[in-house]
Design a protein. Structure first.
Length: 114
């Protein structure tokens, strides 16, 4: 029995996603990184791919650009008033969230769930 191409693509996409779950200064943060978004273009004429995730931070949700470099995970987002928000998790699980304009800095740990 053959699976429709859309179903196969959906299954492959979800298998490539990692969920990052954090506790930063008592604030729960969770987001997904879809590894397929980091795949190189097949053709040079292909448009630039937009990398996006949804961050759940306590009761708030917001869109962000995921970061994946080796064993480093995180995200960047634009905050209120054009501020930059960045969260970076190191390979050992230690993590820092910063919103420099608001003077907010949270530290703690994260883990990658498959």
């Amino acid at each position: 029995m053959k699976m429709p191409a859309l179903l196969c693509a959906t299954m492959a996409g979800s298998a490539a996603a990692e969920t990052v779950s954090c506790d930063l200064s008592g604030v729960p943060i969770q987001f997904e990184i879809d590894r397929a978004q980091f795949a190189p273009a097949i053709d040079t004429q292909e448009p630039v791919r937009r990398r996006v995730t949804t961050v759940q931070m306590g009761e708030a949700q917001f869109p962000a650009e995921p970061i994946m470099m080796g064993d480093v995970r995180g995200f960047w987002a634009e905050g209120m008033g054009g501020s930059d928000i960045m969260m970076v998790m190191q390979g050992d699980g230690s993590a820092v969230y910063a919103n420099t304009r608001a003077g907010e800095r949270l530290t703690g740990t994260c883990e990658v769930l498959q």
